[in-house]
Design a protein around this ligand. Structure first.
Ligand code: GCB
Ligand code: CA
Length: 884
């Protein structure tokens, strides 16, 4: 009897469970075709020849990172044959996209099922009427990432990867269920109007969606579970749900003595929303949402307060890119990124410049990272109704989709919207444009505040106060953010302090964020005489050390976020690594740069000692004393002192100031082992392969790799080579004779290297500096046979490129040189290349490597001479390799 009862109960449970919501991903075996495909929505369309892809997917992973300017922006089709079980007949079926860039049309079994505009917010279509349960169904998705003036972003410093680049799910629910189609939100909206250490008041608004075609008596039950899983408070409401959506509001659910949510203790409650059939008592649907109990406030001069306590918000921005994958990332990559930020000691993520994958937000809730999320209006707007509608739709989607996230404290919009105003030459039209931008800003602001009065709003601006002030933009948001790059795009580091103090004085009542600051680093480049725009790790260290100090000294800076957590793709950029913005404190492969360590040592309280430049494995340099080359090595630590040993021998103990100590390390040729020990017991080890370059090349000479016109070191990890800076020739040694280093003239002085993409190479930095007007390069190498590799590229005159908007102040100035130069190269007096005109023969910015076999005899070494015919001769780099 008992077992009969039990099995009856079990059957009931299974039946009930069968009727509940089921969600599963459908990422595999999509057929993909890049381009238009007439009739591809038809079920019988022949797609066998299409490529099979797995989502997340983008069609731009390769072409946005190649030598051909531009990348495909247009239509791509995806098709999938998917079996949908017969149980779907009992209720509703939805398809849920976490994101596709940037316009999507879905067809189910040949019929149009929905359209979505915008590349970053989630969307959900009801496909119940279009599917055939118990059969194979054909989904056809047309995605389009072509430039569309009505859809933001119009222009930005990142690559707009096309495709279904996030996960896709099927959702089955009973006919009466919690809404899935209120802008693809969870259908449940939680607010906490009162939170204190004593009590937290929780209000829940649940949207009940009845698509059964008849009235239905249901019970909505919301239960708050504490972080330890215990039930704290519950509300239950009976309603009669008519057709469509019925909101059910349950107020003043009180959680006594709440465990507050904060970065140090991200106590996460859960709100479980259950919907029951009131007649049978059967559970119809269930949705779970996060709940963090906290209160917060921004003050204009004191910064941020969480749960009544001051908290300096420090963190990064984040894009959604990974090496070789563009934006098509699996969940795990998003998850790891938030962990990376937490491990750095960060407590804030500016989710910029667009809403990101839901797991990013989920991780922020779980790890205690506060966030702002923003809609992708960047650089400029289109002054029309369609653009406005899309902005407002995106704002509503953004707010509803991440409404319940305790991590979110700010909604933002319009990044640097006055950076590229279209009517700069026409002051009247420009003023009208400014008014239109402000009018749109006001509408977005009002929309967000109406949707969510519990959070702050923010407008992130570039460093031109008047550009925003004149348009009347600065009064609109609750917080103003500034993206500041003094000492990178312009001026010097201290200009940052002056600018930010002035901006604060001019807007004394507005809470202020440093929404961006950063400097590019190609981790392959190093310099012990770092300069603005040399892309060296060392220059960025100076930059960040200055900024961190200035930021920490000023309470009125509520939040500062580094641009950027990781490197990311920006197709039109040149730089040392073309198509990439290198301001990440981690690489596209998430390898740490020193800037990451610099923050980690300071902000992560766990004891740590870390040797800097850990990724720089193959090093080298010219002898500074017989048999050794002394170079500085930074050790990052939160100990009081650190000791560094080289090959077991102590180089002494040094005090740690500003969370690092610098040691002069006399490297020897070969493998060098460094061991750093903090007085707090933490340690780090590093092995460095050092290639010592003798002052006087002797019998043991093998090779010499020198970059001309440069103070940089370049590690070529692909070929395990190190290139070292130039030096002037002295007898018995090696170096250049005559000439001067190339410099790219800009409004803020000459930049030490070209930032042109050099075609035909991945070793762009080898070609981006040069010595101009040199007479010779000499090396007093021993007698023997040598291969000389002459590295050449024309750095002047590049007809193909338009100047990059982001090189704020970095645009070239002065008359455009045509790059016309004709010269002769001879080796040891023998003419090798005569009448060489690089621009004419190869075009500008193309990597040219001339290998020449040469003989050194009678102790005379090698002399490569440059004979000028027209313009100045140049040499970018030279490799001398001994054959015999
Ligand atoms: C900015 C922009 C950001 C760029 C960054 C840069 O101000 O907001 O999108 O990537 O500067 O690196 O130039
Ligand atoms: Ca391309």
């Amino acid at each position: 009897m008992r077992s009969l009862f039990l099995s009856l109960l079990l059957t009931l449970a299974v039946l009930a469970a069968g009727a509940q919501r089921v969600t599963y991903s459908i990422n595999e075996t999509w057929r993909f075709h890049k381009g238009e495909a007439a009739g591809a929505e038809a079920p019988a369309y022949a797609d066998e020849k299409w490529e099979i892809v797995t989502l997340p997917h983008t069609w731009n992973a390769q072409d946005a990172d190649d030598d051909t300017p531009g990348y495909y922006r247009g239509v791509g089709w995806y098709r999938k044959h998917v079996r949908i079980g017969e149980e779907a007949a009992r209720g509703q079926t939805y398809i849920y996209f976490e994101g596709a860039n940037q316009e999507t049309d879905l067809y189910v079994n040949g019929r149009h099922a929905g359209h979505h505009t915008g590349g970053y917010t989630r969307f959900c279509f009801d496909i119940t009427e279009l599917i055939r349960p118990g059969q194979t169904n054909v989904l056809a998705v047309k995605v389009d990432n072509k430039d569309n003036p009505d859809i933001p972003p119009l222009s930005a410093d990142f690559t707009f990867f096309g495709g279904i680049y996030r996960d896709v799910y099927l959702i089955h629910t009973p006919a009466v269920h919690i809404s899935t189609t209120d802008c693809a939100s969870s259908g449940v909206y939680i607010t906490t109007p009162e939170v204190s250490e004593r009590n937290a008041e929780v209000n829940v608004r649940t949207l009940v969606d009845n698509r059964s075609g008849r009235k239905s008596r249901v019970r909505v039950e919301n239960t708050v579970y504490a972080p330890d899983g215990t039930r704290t408070v519950q509300a239950s409401t009976r309603i009669e749900a008519g057709g469509g959506t019925t909101p059910v509001v349950q107020e003043k659910m009180t959680v006594p003595q709440p465990a507050l949510w904060s970065p140090d203790a991200p106590n996460l409650y859960r709100v479980v929303t259950r919907l029951y059939d009131d007649r049978t008592g059967a559970l119809l649907d269930e949705v779970v949402n996060p709940l963090g109990l906290r209160w917060f406030e921004f003050s204009a001069d004191k910064g941020f307060f969480l749960n009544g306590k001051h908290l300096k918000l420090i963190g990064t921005n984040r894009h959604q890119d990974y090496l070789g994958k563009g934006w098509a990332l699996d969940d795990i990559v998003h998850v790891q990124d938030v962990r990376l930020l937490k491990a750095m000691g960060g407590n804030y993520l500016r989710v910029a410049h667009y809403p990101q994958d839901p797991v990013v937000m989920e991780m922020c809730d779980k790890l205690g990272i506060l966030t702002s999320v923003e809609i992708p209006v960047v650089d400029r707007i289109t002054e029309n109704a369609a653009f406005e509608k899309n902005c407002l739709d995106m704002a509503v989607e953004m707010v509803r989709q991440d409404f319940n996230r305790p991590s979110v404290v700010v909604w933002a919009y319009m990044n640097e919207v006055m950076l590229r105003p279209p009517f700069k030459g026409d002051s009247v039209r420009h003023a009208i444009y400014g008014r239109n931008v402000a009018a749109l800003a006001r509408k977005i602001e009002n929309t967000i505040r109406r949707e969510d009065p519990s959070r702050y709003t923010m407008l992130p601006c570039h460093g031109s106060f008047p550009a925003y002030d004149d348009a009347g933009l600065l009064q609109i948001p609750m917080i103003v953010g500034w993206n500041l790059y003094q000492g990178w795009y312009s001026d010097t580091f201290p200009a940052f302090d002056r600018v930010i103090d002035r901006f604060h004085q001019r807007l004394p009542d507005k809470p202020l964020f440093i929404t961006e600051y950063g400097a590019d680093v190609d981790p392959r480049l190093h310099s012990f005489a770092p300069q603005r725009f040399d892309y060296s790790a060392e220059y960025a260290n100076l930059y960040h050390r200055h900024y961190v100090k200035a930021i920490m000294e000023r309470d009125f800076i509520a939040s500062a976020t580094i641009w950027n957590l990781n490197d990311f793709y920006s197709e039109s950029r040149g730089n040392a690594v073309p198509h990439v913005n290198n301001k990440g404190i981690n690489g596209l492969d998430r390898r740490h740069k020193d800037t990451y360590l610099l923050y980690k040592a300071r902000f992560n309280p766990e004891p740590a000692t870390m040797i800097g430049n850990a990724g720089w494995r193959v090093r080298g340099g010219a002898e500074t004393a017989p048999g050794e080359c002394t170079q500085p090595v930074d050790v990052y630590s939160n100990a009081k002192t650190v000791t560094l040993c080289l090959n077991g021998k102590s180089l002494g103990e040094r005090p740690v100031r500003d969370f690092y100590a610098t040691f002069d390390v006399p490297f020897a040729d070969g493998i060098n082992t460094l061991e750093a020990t903090g007085d707090n017991g933490t340690k780090d080890l590093l092995r460095v392969d050092f290639r010592l370059v003798r002052r006087n090349p002797g019998r043991e000479f093998r090779e010499l790799n020198v970059m001309l016109g440069s103070q940089r070191y370049f590690e070529d990890p692909e070929h395990s080579q190190i290139w070292i800076p130039e030096q002037a020739y002295t007898p018995g040694s090696w170096g250049y004779v005559g000439g001067k280093p190339y410099g790219k003239p800009t409004r803020h002085g000459a930049q030490p290297a070209s930032d042109n993409d050099i075609y035909g190479t991945r070793q762009d930095p080898l070609f981006q500096t040069q010595r101009v007007g040199l007479e010779a390069f000499r090396a007093d190498v021993p007698d023997g046979q040598y291969a000389l590799y002459l590295y050449l590229a024309e750095l002047e005159g590049d007809p193909q490129r338009e100047p990059l908007a982001y090189n704020l102040g970095g645009d070239a100035v002065g008359p455009k040189s045509t790059g016309k130069r004709v010269f002769d190269i001879s080796v040891n007096g023998i003419p090798v290349l005569t009448g060489l005109n690089i621009a004419e023969e190869f075009g500008a910015s193309r990597a040219v490597v001339k290998k020449v076999i040469a003989e050194a005899a009678d102790g005379k070494g090698l002399t490569v001479s440059f004979g000028k015919r027209e313009g100045e001769p140049v040499l970018n780099a030279i490799r001398i390799y001994r054959i015999y």
